[in-house]
Design a protein around this ligand. Sequence first.
Ligand code: BDR
Ligand code: CA
Length: 312
Amino acid sequence: REKIIIDADPGVDDAAAILMALASPEVDVLGLSIVAGNVPLRDTVVNACKIVGLSGRHDVPVHAGAGGPLVRDQVYGKYARIGAFDDALVKAGDIGPSDEHAVHFIARSAREAVAAGEQITICAIGPMTNIALALIQHPDVASGIRQIVSMGGAFKALGHRTPWAEFNIYADPHAAEVVYRSGVPIVTMPLDMTLQALFTAEHFEQFRAGGEVGNALFNLLSTFDRSDVGRFGRPGGPIHDATTIAWLIRPDLFTGRKAFVGVQVTGLTMGYTYADFYGKMDRLPNATVITDVDEAGFIALLIERIARYGRD
Ligand code: BDR
Ligand code: CA
């Protein structure tokens, strides 16, 4: 079983990814490290606690981390004005955050893995501030991280947040640069790929098979409608962050290519990611860029995992 930490900024699609992981026996979720991103840290922490409470997995700790990016001014996601999930959508549970800071939790987990002759995987589904801080402040922990599966980046001018940049990288490009230079293998899930899998209202409806959990996810997805009809050329909207968990469980649903990936940290193109697929920069690959997803396979997998909550 792959030991994983989910570094997240929930966020509706973060909620889907976390719930998917907690329903999947292939991965052992050591805990959540939480960062500011979609909404301020106080709200991402509340949302993470609500999601873990909803899942019934009270054994999974929630660690609050960085409240803002390393260098740039702070930006929030599209739903920033909404803040924490409404109690009508997801009830407040009896879970609170751990006393241990997320950066310390990441470092400790990596060191414990090394001591046991193992490594951990980090699923990075928000700005990468916590992960960069762990690598900067505790350089030895890189050897305890097998891979960082990062939802972030856009390679064909498919930027969401600006014409060049995807949100997670744009919100802390310096952190992303630290991570991409760290030597830890990265698996990159860019918008180019996540936008190939569009969930329609009919798919959302199928999440309701997952009982209370499925209904809450349905409510979240419906309330913070991501489908933006027509925006993606056909009906439906992406659930970006869940691709990281799906890749760990079913890598056969994805196609990727190794490349050197870099990040622009300043100027108009701040947050732009580039991939040297043709080896023009004479740099060794630092990432596997996932270029394609089996849309029907991924959607069916997420629906099936959420449905598991309806079985008990
Ligand atoms: C990413 O930004 C956020 O809106 C989502 O949670 C996802 O992690 C997509 O660009
Ligand atoms: Ca996210």
